[in-house]
Design a protein around this ligand. Structure first.
Ligand SMILES: *Cc1c(COP(=O)(O)O)cnc(C)c1O
Length: 825
């Protein structure tokens, strides 16, 4: 297997040996979890040869390295994906089959490593896959949370959060690297002393420290022997006997440091697009950033003696503002430890750090109270203060007397540290994640910065990896595509355009829709098993799966379901094509309206699914615990993809791209990457509705939107809104959904009513839903559009996105890892 020739017998022997060594069991005695472990270790053996070989190439060729700094990596299960990228998936399935084992069952034993919330974390995971596949040297840098994203249970229609103990059985794909342990210092104070040459030295004293210990996870490239590393940090306390001399005997402090280490990496904050502003979160940020920067510089210094040339070999990409302290930590090391002057250090830092913006929403912009920041990170604060002082001078020089500019742009203002401002000032690149989003950044949210640093701003439209979201998630369609156009699409997704001629071919249409149906049957079985609900695979599968957030407007979707139900109830004989509305979403644990929306969806499902009058023509399903592993199946089975965010609010979206690749038709607003999807697939093959981002922004600016007017003048809307509070869906507690009702109509609730323009877009949404059902009934037209969606999804590969980052931001060197080198390991 060393150079890619799979040997069934050797593989099975390796599995047997692993069972013997790990559990002292035979294949016949082992349970499925044990078999999963044994199979995974056998796969890791194969990976390790490539991983070692890749490291040797790094050492020999000294390529420039990107450190992708991210609080979140939503990796999903590794076993199946690793086999796919090793090009051994089918062979291993057959080999296991021959000894009576089923790879699906074995894969299902793996916990989803869910070290992320949603899109931002999944993007980081797709990027790692593409970096390896394209042959670039990269480290993903993050945190090894003991508990990842919570598991969601639905009890009585409500979300209940259950801890995700993903490390319970041990995770076979991680590698403990205690030899790369670093010390991270919090708190205390900074003493200034003079060096012999008269310059100042800053020494942090009286601090609390924790040790950062990395675990490496392999990131296997597709068919190219390249294995990059996801480096996630665990925390540990210093051994009592190894405490610094001035801490010896300070028992209280020793205990505090133990607690700090225990709490630091305990759990992922389950907020998506929202900051909670907790002190522990800032500690997490500095912890993984400091450890990663120390590691990156140590690696650089091993082979280079001129720190001034760091930007030629290292770049840090900041995934949102969460890792922005990278900038100050790098300055600290360059000035305090390497002894560089401020200007020299600044020159290096501003050529090494680049920032990706993921949101324009106020509640998601990170601002830390100076008090917390300074107390926790005293030296880092001094550095930020100096960066700010110099930047404010720069603003004043350019805009004399314009205090508004300083107020809007300073890094430190109003007692707060504005992380986005720091990232923009210190970064050499600021990118948005879809064309529309980048334009809004330049023209609205970050306009002042764009005026000052136009050259920094650029767009990198997000993407997804086709290896996981087509090959692994939808093997039937993957094989169908390969049958028609060969397998080049696996690493060059633009080749999907060669499917265009088949879109009008009757036989291809039939095959394509037959595959869609088989995937719908697979999902229907999953739903039957998990929800106990029978759904008809011949109904339209209309799907909205993503984090629950008001701006994503699951509320609009379920209000429309209520509206349809009212129509059907009023006229049971009406012409009605059967529909299945499928939802999946986790809500942040403290987000009340989001959690109430989950309850509403489940309450509506209860009433509708059990109403004999409508003869099963509408079914509503809430899939529990939406996560990467079940997502793969859901995308494969969707007819309609709901991407209905209030225009201007969704920076890009990536779920939209996964559905498109799998041949679903999008029902969406002109928001995020939907705009570019429409451009690729053509307006005939996508269903667009609602206000444009310009209209939304104009209403927000003028504050002239009045939902009451719509409520008063539209009877159909009034009826569903009233049903939120008349007990139709909560007979035992008619007031249950009062807060959702208020969010639509009551100005007391937020700054103004219906912040997300749900009633405003409602009629347009109803109309688009009508158009899409009518279209579905023209089987040929639908099949053609479905194939064209897959055929035009090429742009949305994360391979394209990563190549753009490489060409325009990172400037990495391409590496190759020859088979011959792997064979020597
Ligand atoms: C792709 C993905 C997301 C992001 O979905 P959006 O619709 O872009 O918000 C969230 N969670 C999981 C599990 C995903 O796979």
């Amino acid at each position: 297997m060393k150079s890619g020739v799979f040997d069934k017998k050797a593989f099975i022997q390796s599995v047997r040996d692993n069972l013997k060594n790990l559990y002292r069991k035979t294949l016949e005695e082992a349970d499925q979890q044990e078999i999963f472990q044994a199979v995974s270790f056998a796969v890791k053996d194969v990976i390790n040869d490539r991983w070692l070989a890749t490291q040797q190439v790094f050492d020999k060729e000294d390529p420039k390295i990107v450190y992708y700094m991210s609080m979140e990596f939503l990796m999903g299960r590794a076993l199946g994906n690793n086999l796919i990228n090793l090009k051994e998936y089918k062979e291993v399935r057959e080999a296991l089959d021959e000894i009576g084992l089923n790879l699906d069952v074995i894969e299902d034993q793996e916990p989803d490593p869910a070290l992320g919330n949603g899109g931002l974390g999944r993007l980081a995971a797709c990027f790692m896959d593409s970096l390896s596949t394209l042959g670039y040297a990269a480290y993903g840098c993050g945190i090894r949370y003991r508990y990842g994203m919570f598991k969601q249970k639905i009890q009585d229609g409500f979300q209940v959060e259950v801890p995700d103990n993903w490390l319970k059985n041990g995770y076979p794909f991680e590698l403990h690297r205690p030899e790369y342990t670093y010390e991270i210092k919090f708190g205390g104070h900074v003493r200034t002393e003079s060096r012999e040459d008269g310059s100042l030295r800053f020494v942090q004293e009286d601090y609390q420290s924790v040790l950062a210990i990395p675990y490496d996870m392999p990131v296997v490239g597709y068919g190219n022997n390249v294995v990059n590393t996801l480096m996630i940090w665990d925390a540990a306390a210093k051994d009592y006997f190894e405490l610094d001399s001035f801490d010896k005997g300070d028992y209280q402090k020793a205990v505090e440091q133990q607690n700090l280490a225990r709490n630091l990496v305990e759990v992922l904050y389950p907020n998506d697009n929202h900051v909670a502003g907790k002190e522990l979160r800032l500690k997490q940020q500095y912890f993984f950033v400091s450890a990663s920067v120390q590691r990156a510089l140590a690696r650089y210094k091993k082979n280079h003696d001129d720190i001034r040339r760091l930007p030629e070999k290292v770049t840090f990409q900041l995934n949102d503002t969460h890792p922005t302290v990278t900038v100050a930590e790098l300055m600290r090391i360059l000035v305090d430890e390497e002894g560089l002057g401020w200007d020299e250090a600044w020159e290096i830092t501003t050529k090494t750090c680049a920032y990706t913006n993921h949101t324009i929403m106020a509640e998601a912009l990170e601002k830390w109270p100076i008090e917390i920041f300074q107390r926790l990170l005293p030296r880092i604060y001094q550095i930020v203060d100096e960066i700010n002082r110099r930047f404010v001078l720069q603003i004043q020089e350019r805009y004399p007397g314009d205090d508004g500019k300083v107020a809007r742009m300073a890094i430190l203002y109003d007692g707060q540290v504005k992380m986005a401002h720091l990232a923009i000032v210190a970064g050499y690149s600021v990118n948005g994640v879809a064309r529309l989003h980048t334009e809004i950044l330049k023209n609205e949210q970050l306009h002042d910065f764009y005026e000052m640093f136009p050259e920094k701003f650029n767009n990198k439209t997000n993407g997804i990896t086709q290896r996981r979201f087509l090959m692994h998630g939808n093997p039937l369609l993957a094989d169908w595509v390969t049958k028609h156009i060969g397998d080049g699409w696996i690493t060059e997704l633009m080749q999907l355009a060669r499917l265009v001629p088949y879109a009008s071919d009757a036989k291809a249409q039939k095959e394509f829709m037959e595959i869609k149906r088989r995937n719908k049957v697979r999902l229907a079985e999953y739903i039957k098993e998990h929800n106990g609900i029978e759904v008809d695979p011949d109904s339209i599968f209309d799907v909205q799966v993503k984090r629950l957030h008001e701006y994503k407007r699951q509320f609009l979707n379920i209000l429309h379901v209520m509206y349809l139900y009212n129509e059907l109830k009023a006229n049971p004989q009406m012409d009605f094509y059967p529909r299945t509305f499928i939802f999946g979403a986790k809500a942040a644990a403290g987000y009340r309206n989001a959690k109430l929306t989950i309850k509403l969806i489940n309450s509506v499902a209860d009433v509708i699914n059990n109403d004999a009058d409508i003869k099963g023509k509408i079914k509503v399903v809430f899939i529990e615990d939406y996560r990467v592993s079940n997502a793969e199946w859901i995308f494969a089975a969707a007819d309609v993809s709901e991407q209905i965010s209030t225009a201007s609010k969704e920076a890009s979206g990536t779920g939209n791209m996964k559905f498109m690749l799998n041949g679903a038709l999008t029902l969406g607003t002109m928001d995020g990457a939907n705009v570019e999807m429409a451009e690729e697939v053509g307006m005939e093959n996508i269903f667009i509705f609602g206000m444009s981002s310009e209209e939304v922004i104009a209403h927000e600016r003028n504050r002239d939107y009045d939902p009451m007017q719509i409520y008063n003048s539209d009877e159909g809307i009034r009826k569903v809104v009233n049903q939120l509070v008349d007990g139709t869906f909560s007979p035992n507690d008619p007031g249950l959904f009062r807060d959702l009702y208020n969010s639509l109509l009551n100005t007391q609730c937020t700054q103004y009513a219906d912040t997300y323009f749900i009633l405003k877009d409602f009629r347009s949404y109803v109309d688009a839903q009508k158009r899409i059902v009518e279209y579905y009934q023209d089987k040929q037209a639908w099949a053609k559009s479905a194939i064209l969606n897959t055929a035009h999804a090429g742009k949305f590969s994360s391979d394209r996105t990563i190549q753009e980052y490489v060409d325009e931001i990172w400037h990495l060197d391409h590496i190759t890892v020859p088979d011959a080198l792997v064979a020597k390991m």
